[in-house]
Write a protein of this length. Structure first.
Length: 477
């Protein structure tokens, strides 16, 4: 069991000013994974005070970019040495299969190295010619105190995708963890300090919604970086907007995968196992709408159901498990409710359906479910379910498939499966979404990531990610 009695404020452990304790329990068997104090509003005030002082008067914002990069490079080394340990803890917290958390923990070094590469090439200060009587110096300077608020489904990835660009830019950061995964972030704080991060630069704690809103509206915070649901993003955007506070958002999705005529069906089915159902379906980028030509619909659904139905559901710590439990009973009830909605709307249950998976009588489990013959006006095709439930929608023409894919309030991810790259690219260029794969190709960590429409504002990864944590200053000389 991993437990803490103190909060991580400004790089050191301090006694909490509140009395609430968060118990993190396994969604698989209810066992106690650990405990940590919940931050109170007074703790938020203390963290902001420390971060404000570290930014306004401390060395970090004035440190040369190369020195900041060296410290974060050391963090990557420390993290990589303990990646397996972190993956196990996260699996115990949120029920994600160890196969998923293990791979993701390993990929975080690639994500972080991409940020380091972008920072080493970033134009922190350049001279711009063309002024009537001289030149202008264009400086990118650290924005200020950042409040980073992250979800529970991929906690270390969500944390580091914000911490790295903010710290590389010279900002100070307060990282607010989700209560469901309140433990793993504590270890990140310890590693950053071991890597050489100065005191005062980083605070990490978990808190409830009311305390989180106190952090968002705190006058000492300059920037909000949020990953989570679109509904929560709207609320934070409204609060930040009242104060003209900088904000960026990575929000929900209802991404479409278009299977074009002539695509390799075996490759599509194998790819959708991960693109649609990875991390127990609890992924904002999940390809949860699959569009298939009408005359291939039934055969495709049968092939997809056969593959997904063969995957193991059970203990997420066992390496051959593909589906673990949902993160909590509340999330299980939400996903189960959508399965009932799909049935009531007249969609065909090709796999799964209501109830617990066969042979399982405990934990926050739902049956991995495939709905066939889905119309795009059904709720299960329009609303983010955030669980192992996908919809297969038939189409008659490629133009209709593009129209269906774009007919969504979301635009975060998606995919095109085609017989050749050029055909796939031609369709991908017509889709209104931020990140796309052609035949399952991964975009990597150098290209920007983010969403169109209600899927967010701003981008992460690479130089574009760093841009969200700097202010631009022009000086005429």
């Amino acid at each position: 069991m991993t437990s803490y009695e103190q909060l991580f404020i400004g790089g050191q452990r301090v006694a909490p000013l509140g009395t609430e304790i968060i118990e993190v329990r396994s969604p698989y068997d209810g066992s106690l994974t650990g405990t940590v104090p919940a931050a109170s509003k007074a703790d938020v005030d203390a963290a902001v005070k420390v971060a404000r002082a570290a930014f306004d008067n401390g060395p970090w914002p004035k440190t040369e970019p190369a020195q900041r990069q060296a410290i974060l490079s050391r963090f990557v080394e420390l993290y990589s040495a303990r990646a397996e340990e972190f993956a196990t803890l996260i699996t115990k917290e949120n029920g994600a299969p160890i196969g998923f958390t293990g791979v993701l923990s390993g990929m975080l070094a690639m994500q972080s190295q991409a940020y380091l590469k972008a920072a080493s090439e970033y134009p922190w200060e350049v001279r711009v010619s063309g002024a009537a009587h001289g030149e202008a110096i264009w400086r990118r300077e650290p924005l200020g105190v950042v409040a980073a608020i992250i979800p529970w489904n991929a906690p270390h990835q969500s944390a580091l995708v914000k911490l790295f660009p903010a710290l590389l830019a010279g900002c100070t950061v307060i990282l607010k963890l989700a209560p469901e995964t309140a433990l793993d972030g504590q270890l990140l704080g310890e590693l950053f300090m071991e890597a050489g991060l100065p005191k005062g630069v980083l605070s990490i704690f978990a808190a409830d919604r009311d305390v989180s809103e106190h952090l968002v509206v705190h006058p000492g915070v300059d920037k909000i970086a949020f990953t989570g649901s679109t509904g929560a993003g709207r609320r934070i955007a409204s609060l930040a907007g009242e104060q003209l506070k900088r904000a960026s958002f990575e929000l929900g999705g209802k991404s479409a995968a278009i299977v074009l005529p002539g695509a390799d069906e075996d490759a599509v089915v194998a790819g959708l196992q991960y693109a649609s159902f990875g991390n127990n379906g609890q992924s904002c980028v999940a390809h949860s709408r699959v569009l298939v030509q009408r005359d291939r619909h039934d055969a495709f659904v049968a092939a997809l159901a056969a593959r997904i139905g063969s995957l193991k559901v059970g203990n997420p710590l066992e390496p051959d498990t593909f589906f673990g439990p949902q993160v909590s009973e509340r999330q299980r009830e939400r996903v189960a409710g959508y399965i009932d909605i799909g049935i009531s709307e007249g969609a065909t249950v090709a796999l799964g359906g209501p109830g617990m998976p066969d042979g399982i009588n405990h934990g926050a489990f739902v049956r991995p479910t495939i709905f066939a013959n889905v119309r795009n006006d059904m709720r299960i095709a329009r609303e983010e379910i955030f669980g192992p439930v996908i919809c297969v929608l038939p189409y008659d023409t490629v133009d209709e498939a593009v129209q269906i894919a774009n007919d969504s309030e979301y635009g975060l991810s998606g995919g095109v499966w085609a017989a050749d790259e050029e055909t796939g690219l031609a369709v991908a260029r017509r889709l209104r979404t931020g990140t796309l794969s052609v035949n399952g190709a991964f975009t990597g960590f150098d290209a920007p990531f983010g969403g169109y429409k209600n899927s967010g504002i701003g981008r992460e990864f690479g130089a574009e990610g760093i841009n969200h944590y700097v202010e631009h200053k022009s000086i005429g000389v």
